[in-house]
Ligand binder design. Structure first.
Ligand SMILES: NC(=O)C1=CN([C@@H]2O[C@H](COP(=O)(O)OP(=O)(O)OC[C@H]3O[C@@H](n4cnc5c(N)ncnc54)[C@H](O)[C@@H]3O)[C@@H](O)[C@H]2O)C=CC1
Ligand SMILES: NCC(=O)COP(=O)(O)O
Length: 320
């Protein structure tokens, strides 16, 4: 059993949760939804007070957490932000207590939570606070053809580049390596570290960072016994020819990682947080306010996130 959070109530979260229930009710993985049960349409709802009560094949189990004000599709409100945040907290607590196997989060409207006083750029950092393990929480996006890990995430590009150090790259690569072994069942993960500049700096003629920052990070990783390579020229490392040569690409900034995976497989991509004491996945897309309430949202990425969370939880359990 997994716990699925409501996400932004004015977005597509409830709609794709219902679609995911229809797709998975016969086969699983089973999940419960933390949301206002009164606003769930399109599926039979079972109001539960604890995960163990859920009869997933019969109805969508909902831990009823009423919203203070009805949500209007496409128009997020700061009034619902406390409920959105509380659902994440509660899902994490359920996972920490062992009542559920992991957490799947529906997308949040970050600007609205920020306006309501939420101090984190996104789930990843909040989850690091709630369920950290002494290492930074690391974002991975995964689809069948590719796994990417951005070393810097939600910050202006100029600042992200200024923050790059060999230590930061090594730290993210080590956490990725350990998660690939522990949760993904890959015995000897191969990591490809992206370059920053065109042609990975063209021997220093197109920027110094590849030689000064990325290459030393790769050397440190090799010295640690990790099968790391790079810096890879960023424009060719995501081709069909290159992808089979590594298990995860360590990328230097948000869009270097997310553009290739969303272009390859927006529907099947899953966001996974590495370095937590619990399992957490999420669809790779956002709140899709432009289509909220129209009934046209795809639940494919959410379904992939639910399936992957169950697989990761199984791997972790079996390694104990
Ligand atoms: N894990 C999370 O909580 C995430 C939250 N966000 C947040 O979502 C908000 C909106 O972000 P955007 O950049 O506009 O990205 P978005 O993914 O919400 O939307 C981009 C485009 O993709 C479409 N789209 C997204 N999901 C879809 C689905 N399931 N089915 C069909 N079409 C879909 C939308 O209609 C839109 O045209 C922002 O506040 C952002 O921070 C974005 C990504 C992840
Ligand atoms: N662009 C990816 C993203 O926004 C995911 O953020 P998070 O809420 O999972 O930290």
């Amino acid at each position: 059993m997994l716990a699925l959070t409501m996400g932004e109530p004015a977005g597509i979260g409830a709609e794709i949760a219902v679609k995911a229930w229809h797709a998975l009710r016969a086969t699983g993985p089973a999940f419960l939804l933390l949301d206002d049960a009164d606003r769930i349409a399109g599926a039979p709802v079972q109001r539960i007070t604890a995960p163990a009560e859920a009869r997933f094949a019969e109805a969508l189990p909902v831990l009823h957490r009423p919203l203070p004000t009805p949500a209007t599709p496409g128009r997020p409100s700061v009034a619902t932000a406390p409920a959105v945040i509380a659902a994440i907290r509660e899902a994490v607590a359920l996972a920490q207590s062992g009542a559920v196997d992991g957490v799947v989060t529906n997308p949040i409207q970050k600007s609205v939570l920020t306006a309501a006083g939420f101090a984190h750029p996104g789930h990843t950092e909040f989850l690091g606070e709630l369920a950290g393990t002494g290492v930074p929480p690391v974002m991975m996006l995964a689809c069948p053809q590719l796994r990417v890990v951005p070393v810097t995430v939600h910050e202006p590009l100029a600042r992200a580049i200024a923050r790059l150090t060999p230590e930061l790259i090594v730290e993210h690569a080590r956490i990725t390596h350990d998660a690939l072994v522990r949760d993904f069942g890959i015995a000897t993960p191969r990591l490809a570290v992206a370059g920053l500049n065109p042609h990975a700096g063209e021997a220093g003629t197109l920027g110094h960072e590849d030689q000064a920052i990325v290459a030393p990070a790769v050397a440190q990783l090799k010295a640690l016994g990790i099968a790391a390579t790079g810096p890879w020229p960023p424009d060719t490392m995501f081709t069909a020819h290159a992808r089979p040569l590594y298990d995860a690409a360590i990328c230097l900034y948000h869009d270097q990682a997310l553009i290739p995976i969303k272009t390859l497989d927006m529907a099947g991509g899953v966001n996974v947080t590495l370095g937590l004491s619990i399992i957490r996945t999420s669809p790779d897309h956002g709140t899709a306010l432009d289509i909220a309430g129209k009934g046209v949202a795809s639940a494919e990425s959410l379904i992939a996130a639910i399936r992957l969370a169950a697989q990761l939880a199984d791997h972790r359990r079996n390694r104990r």
